[in-house]
Write a protein that binds this ligand. Structure first.
Ligand code: Z5A
Length: 210
C-alpha cells in the first residue's frame, strides 16, 4: 500500500522541527516506516543546493533564481527520496515543500503565483502532499524563538519584518484556498497542544489510529 506524504509549513521558528519529531515517534509506535526530511534538501544533491540557497548575503539571488533552485532541489528530493519511500509504504514527513515557494518566492519575493504553479506543473505534474500542516504564528514570536536558539541567521531570516508578515498572510491564504489538503494550526500553543491538534487532523484525514 502506498504511504502518506505530510508536509509542514509556516514561518521561521513556528515549531515544525519540534512537531515532526513528535509525529515521527507517534507513527513509529504504530508500526509505520517513517522518513523525516526537509526542504530545501533531503538528498545529497538537494543539500548542496540548500547551502547555495541559505548562505551568503540576503540579496545573493533574485526571487526567480531562488524559485528555480528550489525546484531543482525539489525534483531531486521527490524522485530520489520521497516517491520511492511512498512506493514502499513509508510515511514521509517533510519540513517544508512547495507551499514555501509560493509563500517565500511568490508572495514574499513578488513572483506571480501562476508562474510558480507553472514551474511546479512542468517539474512535478500534480504531485502534492496528502496533508499539509501549516503552523500559524506571529512572525515576531517565531523570529524570537530562532534567535534564542543562538544559531547564525539564514539569508531568509535577514529579511525584514514586513516580509515575514506577508509570509504569514500567504500561508493563511494557502490554507483557505486548499482546505482539502491543508489545515492551519495555532502554533502559539504549547508543543503538547500543537502535537495533539496535528494528530487530530491526521486521524480525521489519514486514518491515523494513535
Ligand atoms: N525556503 C524558501 O524560501 N522557499 C522554499 O521553497 C523552501 C524553503 C522549501 C529553510 O530554512 C529556509 O528556506 C526557510 C524558507 C526557505 N527560511 N528560513 N529561515 P530552515 O530550514 O533553516 O528554517 P525553517 O524552516 O524556518 O525552520 P526553523 O527556523 O528551524 O523553525 P521550525 O523548525 O519551524 O521551529 P523549531 O526548530 O521546531 O522551533 C524553534 C524554537 O522554538 C526551538 O527552540 C523550539 O524548542 C521552540 N519551540 C518549538 N515549538 C514551540 C512551542 N509550541 N512553543 C514554544 N516554543 C517552541
Amino acid at each position: 500500500m502506498r504511504g502518506r506524504f505530510i508536509s509542514l509549513e509556516g514561518g521561521e521558528g513556528a515549531g515544525k522541527t519540534t512537531l515532526i519529531e513528535r509525529l515521527r515517534q507517534s507513527l513509529l509506535s504504530q508500526g509505520h516506516e517513517v522518513v523525516v526530511t526537509r526542504e530545501p534538501g533531503g538528498t545529497p544533491g538537494a543539500e548542496d543546493l540548500r547551502t547555495l540557497l541559505l548562505t551568503g548575503a540576503a540579496d545573493r539571488w533574485t526571487a526567480m533564481t531562488e524559485a528555480l533552485l528550489m525546484y531543482a532541489a525539489r525534483v531531486d528530493h521527490v524522485e530520489r527520496l520521497i516517491e520511492p519511500a511512498l512506493q514502499r509504504g513509508a510515511w514521509v514527513l517533510s519540513d517544508r515543500f512547495s507551499d514555501s515557494t509560493i509563500a517565500y518566492q511568490g508572495t514574499g519575493g513578488g513572483i506571480d503565483l501562476d508562474r510558480i504553479r507553472t514551474i511546479h506543473l512542468a517539474a512535478l505534474g500534480d504531485f502534492a502532499p496528502d496533508l499539509t500542516l501549516i503552523l500559524d504564528l506571529d512572525p515576531l514570536v517565531g523570529l524570537r524563538r530562532t534567535v534564542e536558539r543562538g544559531e547564525d541567521p539564514t539569508r531568509f531570516e535577514m529579511f525584514d519584518t514586513e516580509f515575514h508578515t506577508r509570509l504569514r498572510a500567504a500561508f493563511t491564504e494557502i490554507a483557505h484556498s486548499e482546505p482539502q489538503r491543508c489545515v492551519l494550526i495555532d502554533a502559539s500553543k504549547s508543543p503538547d497542544d500543537v502535537f495533539e491538534m496535528a494528530l487530530s487532523h491526521m486521524r480525521e484525514r489519514l486514518e491515523v489510529k494513535a
